[in-house]
Design a protein around this ligand. Structure first.
Ligand code: PGA
Length: 246
């Protein structure tokens, strides 16, 4: 049995004060459920606050990191720095990193490898654009993104399938569309790394997840959780998603 994950990606939202407010509410209303791993990825400057208010011992993630150990990379944050900030997880290859900041498959591959060397849990994001879906390129895009990012796989890797057209648009993938993509990702991992790796791999869906659409998604056999942006910013909504998943 794969343990479910609900991960929050706060993106460039919630400064220190809002992080305090979030955790005050969250700690009051969230009842620990050992069957679902909860991860929150605040922005860098709110990490310390999140860690210090983390009364329910959820996992804290960074939203990104650089591929080099350290050096002259103005404005970037290193793996040791996020580790020192007590992050156990890191989101890599998010579609906004790929499409807004033009991160390449090669850079993402280097980041994944470095994060794994440092014993970080990686949430690797993949997903096709609307144009690619319309051109029936979904499978080949996923194959390229998964194939190039992973040269090894272990329990430390989780994949998040996030179709770009569903992120922040309110246009969630249907459970069938998501299940189909998750199935093909699991098959790719099976072909490359074998049955055990494929059956243990957790694959999250992301893109306009809300309390009212999570149950149909999570009931699909290959969907092991969700990566949530907008709906994770409000603690009540986030907990509502958790409750629907349970
Ligand atoms: P969304 O974002 O839930 O706001 O669509 C998901 C994501 O970008 O991870």
């Amino acid at each position: 049995m794969r343990k479910k994950i609900l991960a929050a990606n706060w993106k460039m939202n919630h400064g220190v004060e809002e992080t305090q407010k979030f955790f005050q509410e969250f700690n009051r209303h969230y009842h620990i459920n050992s069957e679902i791993e909860v991860v929150i990825a605040p922005s860098y400057l709110s990490l310390q606050e999140a860690v210090s208010l983390n009364a329910k011992k959820i996992s804290i993630a960074a939203q990104n990191m650089h591929w080099a150990e350290k050096g002259a990379f103005t404005g970037e944050v290193s793996v040791s720095q996020i580790k020192e900030a007590k992050c156990t997880h890191v989101i890599l290859g998010h579609s906004e990193r790929r499409h807004v900041f033009h991160e390449t498959d090669e850079e993402i591959q280097k980041k994944v490898a470095l994060a794994l060397t440092h014993q970080m849990q990686v949430i690797l994001c993949v997903g096709e654009t609307l144009e690619e879906r319309n051109q029936e390129k979904t499978h080949s895009v996923l194959e390229r993104q998964v194939g190039s990012a992973l040269s090894v796989i272990s329990g430390a890797v989780t994949i998040a399938y996030e179709p770009v057209w569903a992120i922040g648009t309110g246009q969630v993938a249907t459970p069938q569309q998501a299940e189909e993509a998750h199935q093909s990702i699991r098959k790719m991992v099976w072909d490359r790394f074998g049955m055990d790796a494929a059956s243990n791999l957790r694959i999250l869906y992301g893109g306009s997840v809300k309390p009212d659409n999570i149950s149909n998604l999570i009931s699909q056999p290959n969907i092991d959780g969700a990566l949530v942006g907008g709906a994770s910013l409000d603690p009540k909504t986030f907990i509502e998603i958790l409750n629907q998943m349970a």
